[in-house]
Ligand binder design. Structure first.
Ligand code: ADP
Ligand code: MG
Length: 292
């Protein structure tokens, strides 16, 4: 064709399911020498399921009541964990109370008022100040099984714990291998989830550089650390919690169906396959060679 190489690379990227914003983006993708992957919704399918429902003693809530309470608070949230909790409640045919005053904190969880009481659902580590030894034991037990664990607080008091499990994407392992070969460095994992669940999953795809328990700004700090070592980092993510890291990195790619503001990403995986990422990096390198 007579198209300039970087433009035809954009067209090719489109055929691989990646929408790149500009020729400059293709050029930057070709320079990347390390990739940082988000966990939930990026390395995993992002359709987690509730596997464990553990009311804590002393509250008189049974499993269904705990799940219904959490689901009522999570109902307004678009987060994959929130959708899992709501789906589990629907599967059990539970009626959800109306939530008011909903707020969410990226990487932490949600808060809402239900029946005049404040309900929080989120990361045990972020809500840790209120957690006693009995709660910690249940949390740890589930985390050791590779679960993402969310704590449910009612009026600031732990009412129960939910264990949630997500599957790796079918192409996660092959993608990590391909990115390692392309960049000469095994990708890093950035996650707001707990360290035990993150390491459990990372081991299955051969990732050892795991940064867990991160807030959005901590993801930025991790990227800056790698870049200070001279790496040009490509961040791949799917959530609003990844937006600052995507913007800070040399290049940022958003996964399909993500709740990310598309303005923050340089490119978007429009076909729901992680393997599109190494494909587009390889493509942009070829185009660069033709241009230079
Ligand atoms: P990741 O970085 O793996 O995509 P997030 O940053 O989105 O994960 O979430 C990190 C942690 O924050 C979760 O493991 C969970 O404990 C908590 N969290 C975030 N959003 C929610 C939510 N809507 N409901 C419950 N917990 C949440
Ligand atoms: Mg995510």
């Amino acid at each position: 064709s007579t198209m300039p190489p970087l433009l035809s690379a954009i067209a090719n990227a489109g055929r691989h399911g990646v929408l790149a914003k500009s020729a400059v983006v293709m050029e930057r993708l070709g320079q990347v020498d390390m990739v940082a992957l988000d966990k939930t919704g990026t390395l995993t399918e992002g359709t987690p399921r509730v596997t464990d429902i553990r009311p804590l003693p002393g509250h008189g809530l049974d499993e269904d009541e705990l799940l219904a309470l959490a689901a009522a608070a999570e109902h307004p949230s678009e987060h994959p964990l929130a959708r899992a909790v709501v789906r589990a409640a629907h599967d059990r045919g539970l009626n959800l109370a109306e939530a008011t005053g909903f707020t969410s904190a990226p990487g932490q969880g949600v808060t809402a008022a239900i029946g005049g009481r404040t309900v929080q659902v989120g990361s045990p580590a972020r809500l840790a100040s209120t957690v006693g030894p009995g709660t910690s034991r249940v949390v740890r037990e589930l985390e050791d099984e590779g679960r993402t664990v969310v704590l449910v607080l009612r009026d600031g008091v732990p009412a129960g714990v939910l264990g949630i499990a997500d599957r790796l994407r079918p192409d996660a392992r092959a993608t990590v291998t391909a990115l390692t070969e392309l960049t000469g460095r095994t990708p890093g994992l950035l996650t707001g989830d707990n360290e035990r669940a993150a390491r459990h999953l990372a081991a299955e795809v051969g990732i050892t550089d795991v940064r867990a328990g991160l807030l959005p700004q901590d993801k930025v700090a991790a990227v800056r650390e790698w870049e200070a070592e001279g790496r040009r980092v490509l961040v791949v993510g799917d959530g609003v919690n990844d937006a600052p890291a995507l913007a800070a990195a040399h290049t940022g790619i958003a996964m399909a169906g993500s709740d990310l503001a598309l303005e923050t990403a340089d490119a978007v995986v429009v076909r729901n396959e992680l393997s599109a990422v190494p494909a587009v990096v390889a493509l942009s390198r070829k185009a660069r060679r033709l241009v230079l």
